[in-house]
Design a protein around this ligand. Structure first.
Ligand code: UD1
Ligand code: UDP
Length: 385
């Protein structure tokens, strides 16, 4: 375990501010973290913990730099291993850290193994668990992400849903925690960058593929490539390390029209997205960003958690059906694009909601203590029930 130095310009906040352990681990969590970390300043003391699930320079360090995320205080160096081992090692190391740092809350985001490790550790330590990006569902249980997000939502005391649809999913499941719709911090990240993003040159389709069920089956991955080969434009494909490993393992031939490149930093990714004729992806983040730019998205999955983008007519789920892929690329686009992901101020809302929740919990605990009531842990359970 490594303890990184804090930036010199960061001042230690007063002791009375709430202490938050914020967990990141994989690329999308790193990219979404910056606006929340910045919004915490002055309102809470954030201890930023990277589980180390992603560790390649292109997946982690270059994304920290591209999004100007404060340097994580800890890296738990969990690395690549089986899903069970990754979740368990992250849980054990996070639990140890939580017991040492004694935060008022643990904030996790999304649906990765790092998310679930953080949720299990907070729950074991009896610390308030906050889930950012709560309530998304694919209803596809073989996705590890679906399991991770359902378990995390069940364990959370505060559930921060990016959209009203996500809130409805949580209400339908009857989760026990308090639910708020905050907007999507990924929208904040993009809106903060929008004015400086120059579209990349040329005519091309931008593609990213990394979902386990698209990559871990040889025939399915070959079918993904066959879809991309139908693109009327050359394909630019920043390749996830998981997909690179599978292409190599199975010696799959990549069609000549596909330009494979290394994963790119977020700032370059925005340029590629903005300049693309269309985007083909199985990424949750890239589907949302395509919508935010007003670029057509074809999703190489049978389903999506981000159903609002499909209903708005800007995203089509085609699975790996090459004919459907071609049809989707040629279909007319709608004239309008209503805002789905908020106003770019999700981070402020998230921070305010977390701090208010903790203050309300603390006042209730203080009130109970004055009346000779239960211990603070008992009260925490009572507050969130
Ligand atoms: C993970 C998340 C997924 C998210 C994706 C973002 C889970 C279950 N899945 O999937 O939700 O969309 O991150 O990119 O948490 N590897 C490297 N270098 C790295 C990281 C990974 O080479 O820095 C390779 C390793 O071979 C590893 C494989 O990629 O075994 C998969 O990595 P892992 O973090 O387990 O899952 P992802 O597919 O990246
Ligand atoms: N992304 C990036 N470089 C790449 C591919 C993706 O910066 O080469 C960004 C993308 O813009 C989005 C995020 O990674 O913000 C999405 O993460 P990913 O696709 O890894 O995971 P998912 O969103 O599917 O969980």
């Amino acid at each position: 375990m490594r303890h990184a130095d804090r930036h010199d310009d960061e001042q230690a906040p007063p002791a009375r501010l709430p202490r938050i352990v914020s967990v990141i681990g994989a690329r999308p969590e790193i990219i979404q973290a910056a606006p929340i970390s910045h919004a915490f300043r002055g309102h809470a003391e954030e201890i930023l913990v990277h589980t180390g699930q992603h560790y390649d320079e292109a997946m982690s360090e270059s994304q920290i730099l591209a999004t100007r995320l404060p340097r994580p205080d800890y890296n738990l160096e969990v690395g690549s291993r089986s899903r069970e081992e990754q979740v368990e090692l992250g849980r054990v190391r996070l639990l140890e850290l939580i017991e040492r740092e004694r935060p008022d809350a643990v904030v996790v985001r999304g649906d990765t193994n790092a998310t679930l490790s953080g949720a299990l550790a907070a729950s074991a330590a009896g610390v308030v668990l906050v889930h950012v990006e709560a309530g998304l569902r694919s209803h596809r249980m073989e996705m590890p992400e679906e399991y991770n997000r359902i378990q995390t939502d069940r364990l959370s005391q505060l559930l921060l849903a990016p959209t009203p649809g996500a809130r409805r999913n949580l209400e339908a499941e009857g989760v026990g925690g308090e639910i708020h719709v905050t907007g999507d911090p990924l929208c904040d990240t993009l809106e903060n960058a929008r004015a400086t993003v120059r579209p990349a040159d040329g005519e091309y389709l931008l593609a990213t593929v990394h979902r386990n069920y698209n990559t871990d089956d040889r025939e399915r991955l070959a079918a993904v490539l066959a879809c991309l080969a139908r693109s009327p434009w050359r394909v630019v494909m920043p390749l996830h390390p998981r997909t690179r490993a599978r292409l190599h393992e199975w010696r799959l031939e990549v069609p000549e029209t596909i330009d494979i490149v290394e994963p790119v930093p977020y700032t370059r990714m925005l340029e590629l997205e903005r300049g693309a004729q269309a985007i083909a992806t199985d990424s949750g983040g890239v589907q949302r960003e395509a919508y935010m730019w007003g670029v057509r998205c074809v999703t190489l999955r049978e389903e999506t958690e981000w159903t609002d983008t499909v209903q708005a007519g800007w995203n089509t789920t085609v699975g790996v059906d090459a004919d459907a892929f071609e049809r989707a690329l040629a279909a007319p686009l709608p004239a309008s694009r209503p805002p789905i992901f908020g106003d770019g101020r999700a981070a402020q809302r998230i921070v305010r909601t977390v701090v208010d929740f903790l203050i309300a919990g603390a006042s209730l605990r203080a009130g109970l203590a004055r009346q000779g009531g239960g211990s603070s842990n008992e009260m925490e359970v009572e507050v969130v029930a």
